[in-house]
Design a protein around this ligand. Structure first.
Ligand code: SAH
Length: 229
């Protein structure tokens, strides 16, 4: 069984977008994963195909209506669907590499993209939507956030990245930021590759990389280091 993503959105034409390029796009063509973008507006019931209404209690903007959104979720994801239901939301738990890895091991995801001021709380509660944020800033809609989530997840699906592009020692995989990379030429604008990397001593190279990872993490992301965070 391959990973299946369903997106509920007012802008289905944005998909697959960047998810159709490069290794992810190849994985899509090779059916290592699948993607359907479902138009929320197709579940509207009135003549004007209304999907939003003004916020109860007043205030600016519009809120996605719970009845229309619930109908869309129930159609895309019937009760026997084992996929987690996710709402992209700045109020959500921040996306992590660990959550991306969990999702990549599962059957897929149903992802709701908010727009305007957001979605009616009752649909979040009744459909058990897991709110996930991609960072502490506010986007205009959930579509780009859903692409970020899917890009992080799909590249971890077995076979999507070739063996040559392994992710075993990438940033966050061992709780640290990745060490610096170098490639030929040996001298670039007067700067040379650190000699340890061309020494051929794999033990020494591994120790140097770990040390660089620790230095970078301490300098830039001390919050990632449990002892000193
Ligand atoms: N009024 C809301 C923001 C709405 S932004 C608030 O203050 O919390 C409109 C939609 O964009 C949201 O419903 C959500 O789906 C998406 N979005 C915005 N910022 C996001 C973020 N940082 N992470 C994930 N989704 C986000």
């Amino acid at each position: 069984m391959s990973f299946s993503a369903s997106i509920i959105t007012l802008f289905p034409e944005l998909f697959p977008g960047p998810l159709g390029a490069s290794v992810l796009g190849r994985g899509l063509a090779d059916k290592l994963w699948s993607l359907e973008a479902v138009h929320l507006r197709s579940f509207a019931t009135d003549r004007h195909r209304t999907v939003d209404d003004t916020p109860s209690g007043g205030g600016a903007g519009m809120v996605l209506k719970p009845d229309i959104l619930a109908q869309a979720i129930d159609t895309v994801s019937p009760p026997d669907d084992l996929r987690p239901r996710i709402l992209m939301s700045p109020r959500g738990r921040p996306l992590t590499q660990a959550r991306a890895r969990e999702l990549a091991q599962g059957p897929g995801a149903v992802i709701v993209c908010g727009r305007f001021e957001g979605v009616d709380q009752r649909v979040i509660d009744s459909r058990h939507l897991e709110e996930i944020s991609i960072g502490d800033y506010v986007l205009a809609g959930g579509e780009v956030a859903a692409m970020v989530l899917l890009e992080a997840v799909v590249r971890l699906i077995p076979g999507v990245l070739g063996a040559a592009e392994s992710h075993a020692d990438e940033s966050f995989e061992n709780g640290l930021l990745e060490y610096p990379h170098y490639t030929r030429p040996q001298t670039f604008e007067g700067m040379t590759i650190p000699p340890v990397l061309t020494s051929g001593d794999h033990g020494k190279i591994a120790r140097w990389r770990l040390e660089q990872s620790r230095l970078l993490t301490r300098a830039r992301r001390p919050d990632l280091l449990p002892d000193e965070g």
